[in-house]
Design a protein around this ligand. Structure first.
Ligand SMILES: *[C@@H]1O[C@H](CO)[C@@H](O)[C@H](O)[C@H]1NC(C)=O
Ligand SMILES: *[C@@H]1O[C@H](CO)[C@@H](O)[C@H](O)[C@H]1NC(C)=O
Ligand SMILES: *[C@@H]1O[C@H](CO)[C@@H](O)[C@H](O)[C@H]1NC(C)=O
Ligand SMILES: *[C@@H]1O[C@H](CO)[C@@H](O)[C@H](O)[C@H]1NC(C)=O
Ligand SMILES: *[C@@H]1O[C@H](CO)[C@@H](O)[C@H](O)[C@H]1NC(C)=O
Length: 387
């Protein structure tokens, strides 16, 4: 073989190796960190930093005890995953759009409210359990905020400083965490498991439609949480006590529905990536991280994962009759539903929501990128990758 032939074969092989590497690993520039100037969130109680509290009933003590040392309008004893995300970028915690007192939206805004769904719920607060601010309305609020905030900025003065700069809307990280209550509404309002499961494609279509609307309003960087293992939460376990359990003690069928939701969500994100090539989408497998807390609590420093820290009664320390922060009269004695002794080693706070300790664990896991598709760390979530 001539030297030239050998060299050209060498280069041919090199190109082959490099192109294979490019196919197997999305091209991510390790050096390029994203400086998101703002975070804009849509979702439910998993990421609500005050919307439900402003609109309806604020959570009372012992909510907030661990970190804020007072109720902090969040459904946890402390911070939520969205708070840790804001902190990771050196940004202040994001305020709720609905909150009319003391808010500053210069570095982000939160449209999430607890009990929000993707689809219009049947029965809304106070006549029913769900928030009227379902995803379509959260988008409309976002659109309104986008135009009105710029009007306020143009006027100048003090209130201008609490509004985001116009360029923040295209540079912000848009985060989504919604869907758990669409499943919950189905389960609790007498739909069969199969009926809830069959309505998932419609939930996902409506989710995608809203993502496209947000994109059309200028958003480019999307960070989407899938839904958690709802079948491991005390509010589901105590309501469906005869449900078949997996080896961990979670309800099999309820979790299978959550997994089907996640499968369809992941497919939808692939589709959105194809349709909107100038946007960056990160799909985050929150389910896997949360499930690991139920499956291997000791390994991660947790205990009693299926038992609510702040609740009342039964195997799961949860009763829908009296929730965390409430009081119940038992045999003539008032009992206050307070916190367990060590929320720092507990997974579930009030039977529906996670403790700050769990949220911190979840954030630490997902921020590395190892639970994301593509495997892009949070700080590089502005990088586009092809499917
Ligand atoms: C809002 O926050 C920004 C950034 O922290 C700050 O510069 C601004 O003064 C604040 N606005 C008000 C009205 O407090
Ligand atoms: C579901 O069924 C239960 C028990 O049959 C009933 O009490 C409840 O009102 C029903 N809920 C709805 C939304 O139909
Ligand atoms: C949900 O529907 C999908 C698609 O029809 C099916 O593969 C899956 O087994 C269903 N899951 C449950 C729990 O019914
Ligand atoms: C209430 O009193 C009855 C009768 O003394 C007793 O059997 C029951 O266990 C008591 N319940 C609780 C929760 O203490
Ligand atoms: C159950 O909730 C109560 C508050 O009502 C709390 O004091 C107790 O420690 C909790 N139990 C467990 C096992 O966490």
């Amino acid at each position: 073989m001539s030297e030239r032939a050998a060299i050209s074969i060498f280069f041919f092989m090199l190109v082959l190796v490099l192109s294979r590497a490019a196919i197997l690993n999305p091209v991510v520039d390790e050096q390029k960190r994203c400086d998101f100037p703002a975070i804009i969130n849509l979702g439910d109680s998993n990421s609500d930093t005050g919307g439900y509290a402003a609109g309806f009933y604020p959570p009372t003590s012992p909510y907030g005890d661990t970190y804020f040392h007072m109720p902090a309008r969040r459904f946890s004893d402390g911070r939520l995953v969205i708070d840790f995300i804001a902190e990771a970028f050196g940004l202040p915690h994001i305020n709720a759009y609905l909150d009319s007192v003391g808010t500053n939206f210069s570095h982000g805004i939160n449209f999430a409210t607890a009990a929000s769904t993707i689809r219009l719920p049947n029965r809304i607060i106070p006549g029913g359990g769900f928030s009227p601010f379902y995803l379509d309305l959260q988008f409309l609020q976002f659109q309104q905020f986008k135009s009105r905030s710029q009007m306020i900025r143009e006027r100048g003065g003090l209130s201008a400083s609490s509004m985001p700069k116009v360029e923040h809307f295209s540079k912000a990280l848009y985060t989504f965490d919604i869907g758990q209550n669409d499943l919950g509404e189905g389960f609790f309002e007498n739909m069969t498991i199969q009926q809830v499961n069959a309505s998932i494609p419609d939930m996902i279509n409506k989710f995608s439609a809203n993502v496209k609307n947000v994109y059309s309003s200028g958003a480019r960087y999307f960070w989407v949480h899938n839904t958690g293992p709802i079948g491991c939460l005390p509010y589901v376990l105590s309501a469906f006590s005869s449900a078949e359990k997996d080896h961990v003690g979670c309800s099999k069928a309820h979790n299978e529905v959550a997994q089907y939701f996640n499968l369809k969500l992941k497919e939808a994100i692939v589709q959105l990536r194809n349709e909107l090539p100038s946007a960056a989408f990160t799909y985050v497998d929150i389910y896997a991280v949360k499930y690991s807390l139920f499956a291997e609590p000791q390994k991660h420093g947790f205990e009693l994962p299926l038992v609510a820290c702040c609740g009342y009664g039964g195997r799961y320390n949860y009763s829908a009759e009296v929730l965390c922060g409430g009081t119940i009269r038992v045999n003539g004695t008032e009992i206050f539903v307070g916190s367990c002794d060590r929320p720092s080693v507990r997974v579930v706070w009030d039977g529906i929501h996670y403790t700050e300790a769990a949220n911190k664990f979840i954030f630490n896991r997902i921020s590395t990128g190892s639970f994301s598709d593509p495997h892009v760390p949070l700080k590089q979530a502005c990088q586009r990758t092809s499917n």
